[in-house]
Design a protein around this ligand. Structure first.
Ligand code: ZN
Length: 73
């Protein structure tokens, strides 16, 4: 199953808000806006590849991380 990272923004700001800052990255199944931890994310939110997993300074949702790693072979 394909996964990608999708951003949650600080203070619930919209992805289109120029002041928005990314708070944490969640893991979603491709083309989904529901994170593996159950959080609903904006369709307009930034995404990036799960290949970026483990990048220093990248804030990842711990709940998503645990669930995602469990799905990996
Ligand atoms: Zn999450």
């Amino acid at each position: 199953m394909e996964h990608e990272l999708r951003a949650e923004y600080v203070d619930g700001r919209a992805a289109a808000d120029p002041m928005s800052e990314i708070k944490v990255w969640h893991v979603v199944r491709s083309d989904s806006t529901t994170a593996m931890c159950g959080r609903e994310l904006e369709a307009a939110a930034s995404t990036r590849s799960t290949d970026d997993w483990g990048t220093p300074g990248l804030a990842l949702c711990h709940a998503c991380g645990a669930l995602y790693l469990r799905e990996q072979p």
